[in-house]
Design a protein around this ligand. Structure first.
Ligand code: GLN
Length: 220
């Protein structure tokens, strides 16, 4: 499996360098069902998608949102979690709504739906490419926000909450920017693998395993 382990609680690295989180636990449960050994390769987000596309990795799990563009190059399993794009700002920021982001410097992670949304033209609900700065990962984007290089960060809600908790002085806007669904990506046309992973995923959803893994990392 390929991933980008800078996206807690879906994936991050523990003190010993192991990839941990919701996706790692779900992948382990799927591998067990299929009688396979799980190997996790950590790389940047774009690379994780590309690895599955080329078959270098069997699956990509990285809190990957299903969208039309990605469906052209990857096949996706059923969805296993929901995501919401939210906005992280410094406490006391003059950005208090999505509209306030017009003309501001917006940080995102490179290659993510947050980047795609924000960099689209204003008439499509975005803020224009020239206003969006792509960072290697969420942690780098938040660092730039704290240093005042950008005015806000657009990212999925669950990692946003973890990042805000770890960085006093930051908060998220109440408004939700976009609702999304996460799924596992496999190489286009690899139906045997897609069916096997979907079968395992279905069983794990039906017996409550998936929900209990999510609840473990995202307490209600
Ligand atoms: N859900 C977002 C996307 O698919 C972000 C995923 C990530 O940064 N790991 O683009």
């Amino acid at each position: 499996m390929s991933t980008n382990a800078a996206f807690p609680p879906y994936e991050s690295t523990d003190d010993s360098g192991n990839v941990v989180g919701i996706d790692a636990d779900i992948a382990a449960a799927i591998a067990e069902k299929l009688g396979l050994k799980l190997q996790i390769d950590d790389m940047d987000f774009d690379g994780a998608l590309a690895a599955a596309q080329s078959g270098k990795s069997d699956i990509v799990m990285a809190g990957v949102t299903v969208n039309e563009e990605r469906q052209l190059v990857l096949d996706f399993t059923d969805t296993y979690a929901n995501g919401v794009q939210v906005v992280i700002v410094p406490e006391g920021s003059d950005i208090t709504s999505i509209e306030d982001m017009q003309g501001k410097r917006i940080g995102t992670q490179r290659g993510t739906t947050g980047y795609i949304l924000c960099s689209s033209p204003v008439e499509d609900g975005g803020f224009g490419e020239e206003n969006v700065v792509p960072y290697d990962d969420a942690i780098a984007a938040v660092k730039a926000l704290k240093n005042g290089q950008i005015d806000c960060v657009v990212i999925d809600n669950a990692p946003a909450q973890e990042l805000v908790k770890a960085n006093p002085g930051l908060t998220t806007l109440e408004t939700e920017y976009a609702n999304e669904k996460y799924a596992i990506g496999v190489a286009k046309g690899n139906t045997a693998l897609l069916d096997a992973v979907n079968g395992a995923l279905k069983e794990l959803m039906e017996d409550g395993t998936i929900q209990s893994i999510i609840d473990k990392y995202i307490p209600a």
